[in-house]
Design a protein. Structure first.
Length: 280
């Protein structure tokens, strides 16, 4: 695997490559990331990964400074996996040599709700860096995980509206044996919090069971899930039932008729904010 740190080096390595498959990450790689690399290998050649902790998508009081940075360990993991041809690991001055005054702003009805509401500017930062990385790599395929469900929809919408020649593939959420979605932020959990963390996914499973059993009152479904987490000490931002196609709230009739739905949640356990989702 070749490790490059500048855009010029990256483009030198990829010159003439028309079928590159790309996996953008912020590093601190776990088995979920490695599963994305393996999926990319099935859909393109060569496989390009990136590691860049993007300041633009962090709010002023968020965890940018303490976000885990483990580049050497990540390189060793990727080399053992043998699926990646080039790892692009730029620093901030390489990606942002001047203040990034041009930014992508997703529409409010997609980028301003849920994560966009609780983390203002988050999807502006995500969209801007993804577009910039696509410009550097020029992949034919890019792979994202479903754990970041709304992010996946934002990126797909951006590619569609800008006519970007990049096919966005979604990998199912990779979970630990107890159901917890793998995330770099899981490293922040204390042992006691780690033992409690699978409750987030279990709560979504319980809510899904209610929908499958015929319950159609969305407010009751969301309220009971929120209350269950709050009782166990979680600080809940949201637990919502939405339509898969646009993240709008479904009507009772749509729930009853089997509209494809998704449950999404974000909640803090101690100081660590976790997100998860479950399709119906």
């Amino acid at each position: 695997m070749k490790v490059v740190h500048t855009i010029e080096e990256l483009r030198d390595q990829l010159r003439g490559q028309l079928r590159a498959a790309f996996v953008p990450t912020m590093g601190h790689l776990h088995p979920g990331h490695l599963a994305l690399m393996r999926m990319a290998r099935q859909h393109g050649d060569p496989v390009v990964a990136s590691i860049f902790v993007n300041r633009l998508q962090f709010g002023p009081n968020e965890d940018f400074d303490r976000y885990p940075r483990t580049l050497q360990d990540d390189i060793e993991k990727l080399e053992r996996e043998r699926d990646v041809y080039v790892l692009f690991a730029p620093n901030e001055s390489e990606m942002y040599p001047e203040p990034q005054s041009f930014r992508i702003q997703p529409p409010e009805d997609l980028g301003g709700i849920l994560e966009g509401h609780f983390r203002p500017g988050f999807f502006d930062g995500v969209s801007t860096v993804v577009l910039k990385l696509f410009s550097c790599v020029q992949p034919s395929v890019a792979v994202f995980g479903k754990k970041d469900y709304q992010q996946l929809m934002v990126v797909r919408s951006m590619c569609r509206q800008f006519q970007l020649p990049v096919r966005i593939l979604a990998h199912e959420t990779v979970r630990d044996t107890d159901g917890l979605a793998l995330s770099s932020r899981n490293a922040f959990l204390s042992p006691q919090e780690r033992a409690e963390a699978p409750r987030l996914y279990a709560t979504l499973q319980e809510a899904r069971a209610q929908v499958k059993a015929g319950r159609i009152d969305r407010a009751e479904i969301e309220g009971s899930a929120t209350e269950a987490l709050t009782r166990r000490g979680w600080n809940v931002d949201y637990v919502v039932l939405r339509r898969q196609r646009d993240l709008n709230a479904p009507t009772a009739e749509q729930i009853q008729q089997g509209e494809p739905l998704v449950l999404l949640t974000a909640a803090k356990l101690g100081t660590t904010r976790l997100i998860d989702n479950l399709e119906i």
